[in-house]
Design a protein around this ligand. Structure first.
Ligand SMILES: Nc1nc2c(ncn2[C@@H]2O[C@H](COP(=O)(O)OP(=O)(O)OP(=O)(O)O)[C@@H](O)[C@H]2O)c(=O)[nH]1
Length: 642
């Protein structure tokens, strides 16, 4: 299990060197404390060396990720990730390099940055652990510090400790009320149950005489599941006197073991115990999160690969590659269109009909039903029919079947079929338009000029096919009007119509005859003249009624047959002239208009942001691939048996 911490260290190093941030939420220990709470003192004591910048104001201005690696030689040295291969054996130089690297990014002003500095320390005196040192929480801006410095630092700390895999090392000094500890207050915001916060109480030696930190250390004042460790670091006077940490650690041990109160808990006090505890905590934590981490890395690699695939290769100026992509895009578009027409596109259950299914519904259900509902007589009453008979027969009014009137009436009714037929054609055309613009070809998305160019070709195809469909329908209705087949086998013959009409009139109340004819205004006037026999029906009137009813029967029967024909032929014409024709023409027209085109560079111009996004993803992939390789070295065996 001891090998687990270096694994995470290497992961942190690998991800730290790439420009695009990959947030794997790696397990790490984050040191949080108010200014002067003793953060630097604790870190230096853990390392056993003076190496952190000191001074007034905010000294730590960038996160310092500190990897401690135990060696088995007497040599001690540091290495920075930003200076690979360079060993710093002089720890004063490490301090200078931290300052220089901070200034390189931020200048001398008192501003801060989230960009970490990575420092590895190799020493026989450390236990493997990774600690992140952050700027101390400050209250009031001084000197050239930005006015919102407190908020900036808070945000940076929260950024690190919100990571659920981070252990919060919350530093508080013993000579201050724990309830006012800034580090514990901040830790509570992200870890309210105190599951991953370890408390460190510094400056225990500075407490007023007669008081002690036992209540704090036992977690009575502010309970934390990971508990508290009390430490005594060097005072300012010690530092000024260049007191060695090694010597001070002996004094710390003596302080706890001889103190009347702390003696009983001395084994769980002091810097060496803190180092040991951090090492154990981190190892157990890493062990717990590693399986999830492996999964997360492979998920990220997969989704990045998918995203990268949609970005494809940059195509500018590469005519051959452009040609290949153009053919692919055209074929994909034509296939998607065809699939949509044939209803192969899957739709979620319960949603509206789409594509071909919608077109079939419009043509075969809605349109046919609409025709069925059209009445042959279209609100024409007997008076209207009588008028037409009168005006069409002229002097030959005695003819039993007024054929001219029947043809005239039938033609009028057939004409009514043109409008719904043209409307349904337009509805299907509109559907095809929607369908064509709904098709998304992933490979084409990154070229903003390509999709509109495809749609413009498809629009022209639609336009080209609409006209013949409309013309056919106009002609077809005209043909129906111009010749009426009086012997159509599906229609009733004249004799049958006459027979039905006679029966209708027989069964009619006499008063009904009269009221029917009253609708003819001229007859109404005549009837009023013969006041005495106004309610009797003459033989002539009866004949007229039979004529009217015969025409009614014939019209209804013929109109039914013609409606069926129109329904059938118009649907077929729309399918064949419009839907099928468009489908078949799309591929050839796209090839002739787009493939044989000298504007490839214009069509294949990428969205301006794509090259940047591609670069960022490639960068991330580099880090993720290294991470995956490092993680694959930890076998499940290691996790189970340690
Ligand atoms: N006597 C005593 N002095 C301590 C102890 N810990 C820290 N100090 C002193 O307290 C002062 C602040 O300590 P630092 O370690 O610089 O505190 P810091 O939190 O890193 O402060 P900033 O870097 O300003 O955020 C220094 O003068 C230390 O010598 C301790 O346990 N006992």
């Amino acid at each position: 299990m001891d090998r687990l911490i270096p694994v995470i260290n290497r992961l942190q190093d690998a991800l730290g060197t790439i420009h695009t941030k990959v947030n794997l939420e790696l397990p790490q220990i984050v040191v949080v404390g108010a200014q002067s709470s003793g953060k630097s003192s604790v870190l230096e004591s853990i390392v056993g060396k003076d190496f952190l910048p000191r001074g007034s104001g905010i000294v730590t201005r960038r996160p310092l990720v500190l990897h401690l690696t135990q060696t088995h030689t007497n040599e001690e040295w540091g290495e920075f990730t930003h200076m690979p291969g360079k060993k710093f054996k002089d720890f004063d130089k490490i301090r200078h390099e931290i300052e220089a690297e901070t200034e390189r990014l931020l200048g001398k002003k008192a501003n801060i940055s989230n960009e970490s500095i990575f420092l590895r320390i190799f020493s026989p005196n450390v236990l493997d652990v990774t600690l992140v040192d952050l700027p101390g929480l400050t209250k009031v801006p001084v000197g050239d510090q930005p006015i919102d410095i407190e908020a900036q630092i808070r945000r940076m700390i929260l950024d690190f400790i919100t990571n659920p895999n981070s252990i919060i090392l919350a530093i508080s000094n013993a000579n201050q009320d724990l309830a006012n500890s800034d580090s514990l207050k901040l830790a509570r915001e992200v870890d309210p149950t105190g599951d991953r916060t370890l408390g460190v109480i510094t400056k225990i030696d500075l407490m007023d005489k007669g008081t002690d930190a036992m209540e704090m250390l036992k977690g009575k004042l502010y309970p934390l599941k990971l508990g508290y460790v009390g430490v005594m670091c060097r005072s300012q006077a010690d530092i000024n006197a260049n007191k060695l940490i090694k010597k001070h650690l002996e004094d710390e041990k003596k302080f706890f073991t001889t103190h009347e109160k702390y003696r009983a808990i001395a084994h769980s006090m002091g810097i060496p115990h803190l180092s040991w505890k951090l090492n154990r905590l981190l190892m157990h934590h890493i062990k717990a999160v590693l399986p999830d981490l492996k999964k997360k890395v492979s998920d990220m690699i997969r989704s990045n690969e998918e995203q990268l695939r949609t970005y494809g290769f940059p195509l500018s100026e590469n005519r051959d590659l452009q040609g290949v992509v153009m053919l692919n895009v055209i074929t994909s578009y034509a296939t998607s269109f065809s699939n949509a027409i044939e209803g192969k596109t899957l739709t979620e259950a319960g949603t509206e009909l789409e594509g071909g299914a919608k077109i079939r519904d419009i043509l075969l259900r809605k349109f046919i039903q609409q025709l069925k509902n059209m009445d042959a007589l279209n609100s024409m009453d007997d008076g209207d029919i009588k008028n037409i008979i009168d005006s069409s027969c002229g002097v030959m009014s005695s003819l039993l079947i007024p054929e001219v009137a029947f043809h005239m009436l039938l033609k009028m009714q057939i004409k009514r079929l043109l409008d719904p037929s043209q409307t349904v054609t337009m509805e299907v055309y509109d559907q095809l338009k929607i369908l064509s613009s709904d098709i998304i070809i992933p490979e084409a998305v990154r070229f903003p000029n390509l999709q509109p160019a495809i749609l413009s070709v498809v629009d022209n195809v639609l336009e080209d096919c609409l006209k013949p469909a409309q013309d056919f329908i106009t002609d077809f209705i005209e043909i129906q009007q111009s010749y009426v087949n009086s012997f159509h086998p599906d229609c009733i013959n004249v004799r049958e119509a006459l027979h039905r009409a006679e029966k209708d009139v027989e069964e009619m109340e006499p008063s009904m005859h009269n009221s029917t004819l009253l609708l003819d205004k001229s007859r109404e006037f005549e009837s009023w003249g013969k006041s005495d026999n106004r309610f009797e029906t003459s033989e002539d009137e009866k004949n007229e009624l039979i004529q009217i009813y015969t025409i009614r029967h014939l019209l209804t029967s013929y109109f039914d047959v013609i409606k069926k024909n129109v329904g059938d032929y118009v649907s077929k014409a729309v399918m064949s002239f419009l839907v099928i024709k468009v489908r078949d023409k799309i591929q050839t027209d796209l090839i002739s208009k787009l493939y044989n085109n000298d504007k490839f560079n214009e069509l294949f111009a990428e969205n301006a942001d794509i090259p940047f996004k591609r670069k960022a993803l490639e960068d991330q992939m580099e880090g993720l691939n290294i991470a995956s390789k490092i993680l694959s070295e930890v076998r499940d065996f290691d996790l189970e048996h340690n």
